[in-house]
Design a protein around this ligand. Structure first.
Ligand code: DLL
Length: 434
């Protein structure tokens, strides 16, 4: 769709959404009144900036169904994301929302390289998480034979990949890496499967991790992004043609980037917090939702021909950003460094500890089997000290932070079957033990 035509459509849909939430959801009516705005004052896309933001806490405060804009009888599906603290955030879908969800995911799979008639191996978790069912409905909508394997039971996944011969695989990048490594351990070559394309997301991952997965599995891998509050997966995806930024389904989800401190919109290309407004959802329309995710947007045309606005890879969540002696760093930036070193494997965990009154950040990494054998399976060898300073040096050079490194033997860092846990805060536990 041409940009002007798209903007006309976005405005028409925005006006309707603003009107609906004002009439149907008391929370929005009050928010609009507090900001002295009525829906009829929305006359351009610029006017969106007059509308108040919505935050995760607002969803929690109205748990479970308080922000729904339709009668309970029109809801056909509920999903929820597990909150790290307290109650989960719940989202609802009408029949037409499920059609929209399927449509945007079908488009996403097509952008990734999948085609009607292909087989899709879906290793995203099925359940309250939107990943499994989201990819499932989209894949069926596109006309693919969908294998609803979900996460876990890795050896059986490998058997199904060998026997069903899927062209497309999807799952979190950390779990797909786990599958590829398990294949290697079983003496199978992961480059020799039927797979051609991978659709990986639901957690931050780095460009280096893409290269690792593409090489290990002999596929083309794209990044898919989404969050349950907006719909689930399919909010945006890279195209396999360019692999250069994620195309936002912006006829349905309008994106902004703001400075998380001043809340002012940022221009194209500048990193800040992603904010989305749904334009067509019925059950759970959402206005200016602050995602907590850090990325930049870009309105330049893409070489694939799609006219949608693109977003960069998500660097991470604001909550996961580490501040080490005043320097900000995201786990995905540390991952980038680790993947440059062939002595270690790309499984890692960052532990936050307390040493007296000082916060301590310890990076747990794992040596490769090869290095482990070379040092006679003894990690205390001098060589390990050399490796430790090499890792520290790489991180210092690339991320400008000094970090403690704890080198472990193979298979000691927990493997992921869904979203990987990259940062573990041990400070509270330590305080309790004292
Ligand atoms: O993770 C939806 C999804 C499923 C996306 C499958 C992609 C594939 P939630 O569980 O609500 O929904 O978690 C949303 O996960 O705010 C980001 O912080 C993070 N996230 C999702 N995709 C990416 C990505 C699903 N590609 C939260 N890169 C979001 C980085 C991502 N972070």
């Amino acid at each position: 769709m041409g940009v002007e035509e798209k903007e006309r459509l976005q405005l028409e849909r925005l006006k309707k959404t603003a009107q609906t939430v004002y009439e149907k959801v008391p929370f929005y009516k009050k928010k609009f009144e507090d900001s002295n705005i009525t829906p009829d004052q929305i006359n351009s896309l610029e006017d969106l900036k007059k509308l108040p933001f919505t935050k995760k806490q607002d969803l929690r405060d109205h748990y479970p169904f308080g922000l729904f804009a339709v009668d309970q009888k029109d809801i056909v599906r509920l999903h929820a994301s597990s909150g790290t603290s307290g109650k989960p955030t719940v989202v609802g879908y009408t029949k037409s929302d499920i059609e929209l969800f399927s449509e945007v995911v079908a488009r996403a799979i097509a952008a990734s390289g999948g085609e009607p008639g292909n087989v899709l191996h879906n290793a995203y978790g099925y359940g309250l998480f939107t990943g499994g069912l989201g990819l499932h409905y989209g894949s069926e909508q596109l006309g693919m034979a969908t294998v609803p394997v979900s996460g876990g039971n890795t050896q059986r996944q490998i058997l199904l990949i060998e026997d069903f011969k899927p062209q497309v695989i999807c799952g979190t990048p950390s779990y797909i890496l786990n599958i590829a490594e398990t294949m290697e351990k079983m003496g199978k070559d992961p480059r020799n499967t039927s797979l051609k394309y991978g659709i990986f997301g639901a957690e931050p991952w780095s460009e280096e991790m893409r290269q690792t997965l593409e090489e290990k599995l002999n596929i083309k891998a794209v990044d898919i992004y989404g969050l349950s509050e907006i719909i689930g997966p399919g909010v945006s995806i890279e195209c396999h043609e360019a692999q250069d930024g994620l195309h936002i389904a912006d006829d349905h989800f309008y994106a902004e980037v703001i400075d998380p401190e001043t809340l002012q919109p940022l221009p194209d290309g500048e990193y800040g917090e992603l904010v989305f407004t749904s334009l067509t959802k019925e059950a759970f329309p959402i206005i200016r939702y602050r995602t907590g995710d850090i990325a930049a947007i870009n309105s330049e045309p893409c070489k694939c021909g799609r006219t949608s606005v693109r977003m960069s890879r998500v660097k991470g969540r604001i909550d996961d950003m580490l501040i080490i002696r005043g320097v900000n760093v995201f786990p995905s930036e540390i991952e980038n460094c680790l993947l440059q070193l062939e002595e270690i494997v790309p499984h890692y965990q960052i532990q936050l500890k307390r040493d007296g009154t000082m916060d301590q950040v310890v990076l747990q990494v794992e040596v490769s089997e090869k290095v482990f054998d070379e040092c006679s399976q003894d990690l205390s060898h001098l060589m390990m000290e050399g490796l430790k300073s090499k890792i520290q040096h790489t991180i210092k050079t690339n991320c400008l932070v000094s970090i403690d490194v704890d080198i472990q033997k193979p298979n000691s860092v927990p493997r992921s079957e869904g979203k990987a846990v990259r940062v573990v805060d041990l400070r509270k536990e330590e305080a309790l033990q004292k």
